[in-house]
Design a protein around this ligand. Structure first.
Ligand code: YCP
Ligand code: CO
Length: 279
């Protein structure tokens, strides 16, 4: 696993609690809806324009500007400034997820240069997990994580708990990750890895049996269902796409096979800048 804990944010619980309540009242958004199942939301606190609705992640020249949403969250911005050297920080976003997930994907494939992505979960529960390739892990509150978003990865809340994470994207200067931190720690804790029971042949056969019920009206439900499996059975984050392709092929419906194959390409292989996709 390339993602790793690099530090710990120093959180003022009282001030944070007030802002979690503010975030809870934020209006729903549908950015990146092709990747999201259940409630996954993207709230932009800083970008190149200062407009909260300028939400398509990309590089930009010039200074970072705070958005209207950031104006309602002074403590969270302060926490970012107090935890990180922010000269190379380009995007500050909040990702929330509740009863759902962001499907396995690779970021940055449409960009010339990847960013250095860091997450700081500020409101979480053990039912909220991340995955990277073969591994599943829980980011504990306040941990500062380097997230290798160029690998196949996913994140979920398996319950109705609304998890909130600060997602920061820095220009990659090649400097060691620890140099992003204002207070680099002497040591970091072991990550909380989640061991899952094996995915045996009977389970796999049952998954393949979805070919008997898959249809254009439920392909998206099937995708969301398959995307969740690796969080509770030992599988690779990318396996859901191959299961979906096999199920679509077995269904004998060519349009489903075409969609499933394109969805895999879009999510984990190649994309044009700004490309969208509908299942
Ligand atoms: C991003 N990529 O990096 C998004 C997050 C999935 C796709 C959600 O902005
Ligand atoms: Co991602």
């Amino acid at each position: 696993m390339n993602s790793r804990i690099i530090g710990q944010a120093r959180i003022d619980e009282d001030r944070l609690r007030e802002e979690v309540a503010v975030i809870d009242r934020f209006a729903a958004r549908d950015d990146y809806s092709e990747y999201s199942f259940g409630s996954w939301r993207n709230y932009v606190l800083a970008n190149g324009s200062g407009d909260k609705d300028d939400a398509m992640f990309r590089g930009y020249e010039g200074v970072r500007r705070s958005t209207q949403l950031a104006a309602q969250l002074p403590y969270i911005l302060e926490l970012v400034e107090e935890t990180f050297h922010t000269e190379n920080l380009k995007w500050v976003r909040l990702f929330t997820v509740q009863s759902g997930l962001i499907i396995s994907h690779r970021d940055f494939v449409e960009f010339e240069a990847p960013f250095v992505r860091v997450h700081v979960p500020i409101h979480t529960d053990l039912s909220c997990l991340h995955s990277e390739e073969d591994a599943v892990f829980h980011m504990r509150k306040g941990e500062v994580w380097f997230l290798d978003a160029s690998t196949v990865h996913s994140a979920c809340s398996l319950t109705s708990f609304k998890r909130i994470s600060i997602c920061l994207d820095f220009v990659d200067t090649g400097a060691p990750l620890e140099s992003l931190l204002k207070h680099p720690p002497a040591s970091v804790p072991e990550p909380l890895l989640v061991k899952r029971p094996p995915l045996d042949d009977a389970f796999l056969k049952s998954l393949r049996g979805l070919s008997g019920v898959v249809d254009p009206v439920n392909l998206r439900d099937v995708a969301g269902f398959l995307a969740k499996v690796h969080f509770y059975r030992d599988a690779h984050a990318a396996d859901c796409f191959d299961w979906m392709i096999d199920i679509a092929r077995d269904s004998g419906k060519p349009e489903l096979l075409r969609k499933a194959t394109t969805f895999k390409r879009f999510s984990i292989e190649t994309r044009e800048l700004g490309e969208r996709f509908t299942l």
